[in-house]
Design a protein around this ligand. Structure first.
Ligand code: ADP
Length: 488
């Protein structure tokens, strides 16, 4: 790329002073039990596993590792609550609980944002302005549906499925819990939720909120643990539905385990989203959209715009502007309100990113990484852009799930569509153009569940989200999100 622009450290008076949010707002307990039947089990009764702050590698708390018997107790509690309470609670009454949960998330939003940032490594700006408000919004939105299921387009009196087992990833811990719990509860199901092993804490604060909301015991149970805990939930014969968000590899294994069992299943898996920019797109907005598409949440986003397809006529200018903007991203303390890019969630994820970036270099792509200084403790990766990428390179085909963008060029809309669709995934794409007819022409031909026009990574509870092909099936959000929890 072009000559190096000014780095943050060279910006002089333009550099920002630190503006850290207080970690003490998190008010964490030293150890947590499981949330079963409305109460926390004694932490001492379980093997305890530490959960780390990825920005410092310090232990934040220890959490229980749920084994098969714990999962069994949680599923039984959910079944009992379904049979005796929740399935005979009217939609209007269920709505009141969901509204209460939404309000309590809002009331405790600052604490939740700090917990999420400590446990996940994402910038406080994102947890405060995106994750937590959207989690509350999902409960508000599905509260509105709870007494209107007859009018959701699934026939009169659609029935819930029963007990839902829900397994979520570490990239948006509280938001993914909300995406799973809110529609399930609105539709009349009871739940056993399994948070990811590296980010269990916000779900445990949510358990406290469920107690505050006086949700009947057993309607939601939260079992912390790793893949073995998730597998025990999948295997349990008392579960009527599994909803999974995570890697394509694990999703495939879950689908194989459930084959022939009649358990309902929805899967939201990986992606390799194409962000397509045409030469007539407004350049300032487009650059911000490219940055947001790949560096939001350190690129730990299944729908990330990780492949930039740029029209050849503007490629030089876009790359020059992009490099300048990447150089200005503030990387560091996630609790600092000015931070743009935080820590990588775990050592394992950092290793995976490093391995794929090394593959990109050895396969002949040209690497540019921000010259930002990285903290010595914790897991960090500088925002990176690869040019001279060919479609066969691993960095163009495999999900990196990190702050790494692969840039390819195209000449015609047909070529853009063919390159965008040249993937086994099909979660999300972006199209940037002033011309509506061209955007629609391209959007119609893209094989992806979500297409953004002149924006990227925009989420709203009213809008269905989900993939095709190896990105999974089923939708979360909107009216369509109810179908995942109704016998339709
Ligand atoms: P990632 O590679 O991004 O960590 P995973 O798909 O491994 O994504 O993890 C997503 C969620 O699935 C986590 O909560 C994890 O504990 C859980 N999980 C991992 N392996 C299994 C499995 N075999 N069965 C059920 N759940 C699993």
């Amino acid at each position: 790329m072009s000559s190096r622009p000014l780095a943050n450290s060279e910006l002089g008076w333009l550099a920002y002073d630190p503006a850290p949010e207080s970690a003490s707002l998190a008010r964490l307990a030293p150890s947590y039990g499981l949330f079963i039947n409305g109460t926390f089990t004694d932490p001492g009764a379980h093997e305890q596993v530490p959960t780390l702050n990825p920005a410092t590698e310090a232990t934040l708390a220890t959490v229980a590792h749920a084994v098969d018997e714990d999962v069994d107790r949680a599923v039984r509690a959910a079944r009992h609550a379904y049979d005796t309470v929740w399935s005979v609670t009217s939609g209007a009454e269920r709505a009141k609980y969901l509204f209460r949960i939404a309000r309590l998330i809002q009331e405790r939003s600052r604490e939740l944002a700090v917990v999420e940032t400590l446990d996940n490594g994402k910038p406080i700006r994102e947890s405060r302005d995106v994750d937590i408000p959207l989690a509350a919004a999902h409960f508000f939105y599905y509260a509105g549906w709870a007494d209107k299921l007859d009018h959701a387009g699934y026939g009169a009196n659609p029935r819930p499925l029963g007990v839902a087992g829900q397994i979520i990833p570490w990239n948006f811990p509280l938001l993914m819990a909300a995406w799973k719990l809110a529609p399930a509860l609105a539709a009349g199901n009871t739940c056993v939720l399994k948070p990811a092993e590296t980010t269990p804490l916000s779900a445990l604060i949510l358990a406290e909120i469920l107690q505050q909301a006086e949700l009947p015991p057993g309607v939601v149970n939260i079992v912390t643990g790793d893949g073995a805990t998730g597998a025990a939930l999948v295997e349990h014969p008392g579960v009527d539905k599994i909803a999974f968000t995570g890697s394509t590899e694990v999703g495939r294994a879950i689908q194989a385990r459930l084959a022939g069992r009649g358990t309902h299943l929805t899967l939201e898996l990986g992606g390799k989203g194409a962000n397509i920019v045409f030469d007539d797109a407004p350049i300032d907005e487009m650059i911000e959209g490219i940055i947001d598409g790949i560096f939001f949440n350190q690129g730990h986003v299944c729908c990330a715009g990780s492949r930039l397809l740029v029209q050849e006529t503007v490629a030089d200018e876009v790359l020059r502007r992009l490099e300048r903007r990447v150089e200005q991203l503030r990387v560091g303390d996630p609790l600092d309100k000015n931070t743009d890019v935080g820590a990588i969630n775990s050592r394992a994820q950092l290793t995976r990113i490093e391995e794929l970036v090394a593959a990109g270099e050895s396969e002949g792509a040209t690497r540019y990484s921000s010259s930002c200084a990285l903290p010595e403790q914790g897991y960090w990766f500088a925002p990176t852009v690869f040019t001279d990428v060919s479609q066969t390179h691993r960095i163009a085909r495999e999900e990196i799930f990190g702050p790494v963008l692969s840039v390819l060029t195209f000449r015609t809309p047909e070529e853009a569509v063919s390159k965008a669709n040249n993937t086994t995934y099909g979660l999300a794409c972006g199209v940037w153009s002033e011309k509506g007819s061209r955007t629609l022409w391209v959007a119609e031909r893209l094989r992806a569940g979500v297409i953004w026009a002149n924006t990227y990574n925009r989420f709203d509870p009213t809008s269905p989200f989900g993939g095709v092909r190896e990105s999974g099936f089923g939708r979360e959000g909107g009216r369509q999100g109810l179908a995942a929890y109704l016998d339709v």
